[in-house]
Design a binder for this molecule. Structure first.
Ligand code: SF4
Ligand code: SF4
Length: 393
């Protein structure tokens, strides 16, 4: 009998206690495997349907062989929390939630991949995952004359760490600021006291780091009087809707594409400049499958003159394939040939579109990398960037 078959019921019970009791209901039908994006990556054998069974049998993290554990740790971080399996499971079991419980033990025992260790540590010391100084969070907005949020304003714009610090993603913020100002939206930014929403780090198992940043944000919302949040990232939206209420953080929240679609519909902004390009839209898992926001980003794109919107055959809307950036995937490194973003970027390029439109800074980051390394002839742009361009001059 190999090392992995020695049951460890102590770890099994801790995994169940940390929130994966649902694993006991799994009857091994294997349906969850059908849409797991890893099955589209040649040479990767990620046996998702076995996870619940292994938890039940005490066969997770139960080896004493360091190499076996190291391999298992890597494999347990493959799941990107895209919820494609959740949609398929006849018993309504959520594999990503089960894995969150397993990963919590891995974080507590410091058995996580190296890059993730750095990310978690930066969350504690900087309030962001990018090892950046908090006082530089709003540097991107210095020349834009953006107001700080005041209680009489309608929206507090929660910008996202990737957007605040990553030079490429800052362009999404600049485009968004331009649109909001042109439409006369009543909004303000939350400033340098904003912390990471914590969504991805929680899915990666760092429960304590999540609580620290979430509690800090909830205090900031209370201090500033923010009640309606506007998010650039679907991950922030998801966390405010589903995680923060557990900590008594109860703000309303909408995604930026929802507001853009409404502003166009109400005639507050009118895209006029013809872009004359073929565009394919990628549904971010966290916006589409997890929050049912499929049509608003498409409505924005359809209203831009000259843009021809096409779909990735078969894998669009609820069947979208993850970019690989969720649940900590953004901070992990996979060898070439084992990247979900490569699979997805190729699907997009195969449509013949010149533009791959996204509505999530994680997707943008993952796809830009794939487009460069695979030398694909497609440009990755956020919906906000396309909309801002069509408003000019
Ligand atoms: S959440 Fe997504 S990546 Fe994770 S096991 Fe399910 S389908 Fe696979
Ligand atoms: S689909 Fe659900 S019940 Fe079937 S193997 Fe997967 S987790 Fe278990």
């Amino acid at each position: 009998m190999g090392d992995l078959l020695i049951p460890d019921f102590e770890i099994r019970d801790l995994i169940l206690e940390y929130g994966s009791k649902e694993a006991l209901k799994c009857y091994q039908c294997g349906m969850c495997a059908a849409l797991c994006p890893w099955y589209q990556v040649d040479g990767v054998d990620f046996l998702v349907y076995q996870l619940a069974q292994n938890i039940k049998l005490g066969a997770v993290l139960n080896s004493e062989d360091k190499d076996v554990i190291a391999h298992e740790v890597t494999e347990l971080y493959r799941c990107v929390g895209c919820d494609a399996c959740y949609d398929q499971c006849p018993r309504g079991l959520n594999i990503a939630d089960m894995l969150r419980a397993v990963r919590r033990i891995m974080v507590e025992s410091e058995s996580v991949p190296g890059p993730l260790r750095t990310t978690i540590s930066s969350l504690y010391s900087n309030g962001n995952p990018l090892s950046q100084p908090p006082e530089k969070r709003t540097d991107w907005a210095k020349d834009l004359d953006l107001p700080a949020f005041q209680p009489e304003m309608e929206y507090a714009w929660f910008t996202c760490c990737t957007v605040d610090y990553d030079p490429r993603c800052q362009k999404i913020a600049q485009a968004t600021a331009e649109i909001l100002k042109r439409a006369g939206v009543s909004f303000g930014i939350l400033g340098n006291e904003q912390s990471c929403c914590g969504e991805a780090i929680r899915k990666a198992g760092a429960e304590k780091a999540f609580k620290q940043v979430a509690e800090s944000n909830i205090k900031l919302f209370e201090k500033t009087g923010a009640k309606k949040l506007l998010t650039t990232s679907p991950h922030c939206l998801n966390s405010f809707k589903k995680d923060y209420p557990e900590l008594d953080g109860n703000c309303q929240v909408i995604h930026m594409t929802q507001l853009f679609a409404r502003l166009i519909e109400q005639g507050e902004i009118t895209p006029k400049k013809e872009l004359n390009k073929r565009v394919v839209y990628h549904d971010p898992c966290t916006l589409g499958r997890q929050n049912n926001i499929y049509e608003e980003p498409r409505q924005v794109l359809k209203n831009i003159p000259g843009l021809e919107l096409v779909e990735i055959p078969e894998f669009n809307h609820e069947n979208s394939v993850c970019c690989g950036g969720g649940s900590g995937g953004l901070w992990l490194e996979w060898p070439k040939g084992e990247r979900l973003a490569d699979v997805r970027a190729k699907q997009a390029a195969d449509t013949g579109a010149q533009i791959l439109a996204v509505a999530c800074p994680y997707c943008l980051t993952m796809f830009e990398d794939s487009v460069k390394t695979m030398n694909l002839d497609i440009q990755v742009l956020d919906v906000a960037e396309l909309l801002a361009e069509s408003l000019e001059p």
